[in-house]
Design a protein around this ligand. Structure first.
Ligand code: AKB
Length: 304
């Protein structure tokens, strides 16, 4: 039986991966530095992924075969303390690599992000392999991780895989510390008839992806034969692109009464260094990546 360790499991992605894996015939162990706020359908341990010996012991004791390493300080929070963000993102990443080599871990998943792109990446519609000049510490750590994935794949024949997620849209699990968080925040406020102060400029367009697409796509990608995957670092994937104003219009049409006040801050500057659209042809070609949900289906879920 596959025995999966999920680190950073109490985040937006972790909780959804737990939900998905709970319905499969696999063992799941979730870890995080914060306690679960809800009852989990799997085992849970408090563990800091920057503590290598502790994670190593957990992997051994629980006979882990696969790791989803989801620990990350995201873009907006990272800019508040870049040294800490780099330390957490990279130290935990390196620990997982070393532990995986030592313990013969079969497969590792590590999410990358649209934050690896930058103003030189042709942001109108970015290719799989453009110039990459990330301008946030989060983006720099994701790019470094991508390069290391390629290196460790070659050097140690480690099967570590990665996807460049756009902003993830989810309503049951909340994001935290990201630039694309505005999307869920605006919906939550306007749905309650409250006003929302948006930290992005109204026409700042960003790519987003509904959580179910993100989870199912990741699972499909992880199940592929490694030889079929021509991209050895991280694949572009995307769902839909939207501006805050377009989202506001849709929410008004859905009957929301609250207003949006636009007060762009440093997060808008971050968003302006990220793509408006993403080309995900390589993922479509290599592992049949498909999007099922558009913005309207995602909003239906939010208003269910
Ligand atoms: C963030 O906004 O920092 C993340 C991301 C796009 O990686 N959601």
């Amino acid at each position: 039986m596959e025995r999966i360790l999920i680190t950073g499991a109490m985040g937006q992605l972790g909780l959804e991966f737990i939900k998905f894996f709970s319905k499969q015939n696999v063992y799941i162990l979730a870890t995080d530095i914060i306690k679960p706020k809800i009852k989990l359908s799997c085992d849970f341990l408090i563990a800091d992924a920057t503590n290598k010996s502790n994670i190593d012991a957990i992997v051994k004791q629980n006979r882990i075969t696969t790791i989803y390493h989801l620990v990350a300080v995201l873009s907006a929070k990272g800019e508040k303390n870049p040294f800490k963000a780099w330390q957490i993102n990279m130290e935990s990443f390196q620990n997982i690599i070393e532990i995986s080599i030592k313990n013969n871990i079969k497969k590792i998943f590590w999410p990358s992000s649209i934050a690896v792109f930058g103003t030189k990446s042709n942001l109108k519609n970015v290719d799989q392999d453009p110039i990459l000049n990330p301008e946030t510490i989060y983006g720099i750590s994701k790019l470094a991780g991508e390069k290391l994935i390629n290196y460790y794949n070659k050097k140690f024949n480690l099967d570590i895989r990665s996807l460049r997620y756009p902003g993830i849209v989810s309503f049951n699990s909340k994001p935290g510390g990201g630039t694309t968080d505005y999307f869920m925040e605006m919906i939550e406020k306007l749905k309650q008839g409250e006003n929302y102060t948006c930290f992005l400029e109204k026409n700042t367009k960003l790519p987003m992806l509904y959580i179910d697409d993100a989870i199912l796509g990741t699972i499909k990608y992880m199940s592929m034969n490694k030889n079929k995957l021509s991209i050895k670092d991280s694949y572009n994937i995307t769902g839909f692109s939207i501006t805050p104003l377009e989202l506001e219009d849709k929410l008004i049409k859905l009957g929301c009464k609250g207003k949006v006040i636009y007060k762009p801050d440093y997060r808008d500057k971050i968003a302006k260094t990220w793509p408006r659209k993403i080309k995900d042809e390589k993922a479509k070609e290599d592992w049949d990546w498909k999007v099922e949900f558009g913005i309207d289906q995602a909003l239906n879920e939010a208003f269910k």
